[in-house]
Design a protein around this ligand. Structure first.
Ligand code: ATP
Ligand code: MN
Ligand code: MN
Length: 307
């Protein structure tokens, strides 16, 4: 049993100068988790989470009436947010500029919680160099009914393939159904190169083992298979941030795991707030993640047949 987080969310918000309204409002009815408790959670994981989220453009899942009611994705700052939830312009495909959220610190996480953010999704790049990705993610999406060992097996297969190319990768349970395999990169290539690389790996795996994998988004093609969702690696796409809670039943957290742990995992939504906080406190699960100095090279693109 993990040690419970002390619920001092109101004090945390006050200390940081973020106005927290209705701190006792329950946002996860199943667990009785309040806004204040979520703030306390983010304080507990801030040291682990902030390096993953700081200064990246965000997409937020907001649930103004708690997780059990309607939730929506919000990409653009339309005004009315606390100042700690900051924003900066990005030029959209159509040439128009839109303001995208970003945060720099725990006050930003608290400000989002004040605005009923229940999921923090990140771009694969940072401000101001948003055109140069520094993070790839292979999002493994299972068909319903598949045994979890199919997912863990796919994750380690993707790891091995990346390793053979010279890239170190890391695994995270999504807090939902699947596992994300994450590759930290030094900025260099732009989005089209990154996407081509990830698509080629997904398509190669699907071509070699069509009974296990599909690289096609269509649900019909997923029957009994895993969808290797490389589409997280497009300009403007996002993936759930490590240590973010999810808006799903049970308040599960997206949590980094070690490759040694992956084999034994039975589910992707097994970490509660308390369990995630305990893990974050216990040290660096993704050893060396922020020290990796690896670049996506033309040689790697060529090796996977990416154009
Ligand atoms: P699971 O393990 O259950 O698949 P997941 O976080 O990987 O959890 P996906 O459905 O695979 O969930 O979605 C992958 C990512 O795509 C999300 O984390 C999110 O960043 C992005 N996404 C999904 N739906 C939307 C949407 N409606 N608007 C914006 N982004 C979305
Ligand atoms: Mn997924
Ligand atoms: Mn997906």
């Amino acid at each position: 049993e993990p040690q419970p987080i002390e619920d001092d969310g109101e004090e945390v918000a006050e200390r940081l100068g973020v106005r927290l309204t209705s701190p006792d409002r329950v946002v996860y009815p199943g667990q009785g988790i309040t806004k204040s408790a979520l703030v306390a959670y983010y304080e507990a994981v801030a040291e682990a989470m902030l390096p993953h989220i700081a200064n990246r453009p965000l997409s937020l899942v907001r649930c103004p009436q708690g997780r059990a009611k309607q939730c929506f994705f919000q990409k653009h700052d339309t005004g009315g947010f606390p100042p700690q939830l900051r924003s900066a312009p990005i030029t959209e495909k159509d040439g128009e500029k839109k303001d995208y959220f970003f945060i720099e610190d725990l006050a930003g996480l608290v400000a989002g919680t004040q605005m009923n953010v229940l999921e923090w999704h990140i771009w694969g790049s940072h401000f101001p160099a948003v055109e140069q990705p520094d993070r790839l993610v292979f999002d493994i999406d299972p068909d319903i009914g598949l045994d979890f060992s199919a997912i863990t097996g796919a994750a380690t297969d993707i790891r091995d393939r990346l390793e053979a190319l010279g890239l170190v990768s890391y695994a995270m349970v999504s807090g939902g159904k699947g596992i994300h395999v994450v590759v930290p990169l030094e900025p260099g290539k732009t989005w089209p190169g990154i996407k081509a690389f990830c698509r080629a790996i997904a398509q190669n795996l699907a071509a070699e083992e069509p009974q296990r994998f599909t690289a096609n988004l269509s649900k019909a093609q997923r029957k009994g298979r895993l969808f290797l969702d490389y589409l997280r690696n497009e300009r403007g796409s996002t993936a759930i941030c490590p240590w973010s809670v999810r808006s799903r039943e049970g308040a599960p957290v997206a949590v980094p795991v070690s490759w040694d742990e992956v084999k034994g995992l039975k589910r992707a939504n097994g970490f509660s707030l308390d369990a995630a906080a305990q893990r974050a406190r216990s040290g660096d699960v993704w050893e060396g993640y922020f020290k990796q100095r690896q670049k996506l090279t033309d040689k790697m693109l060529k090796a996977v047949g990416a154009e």
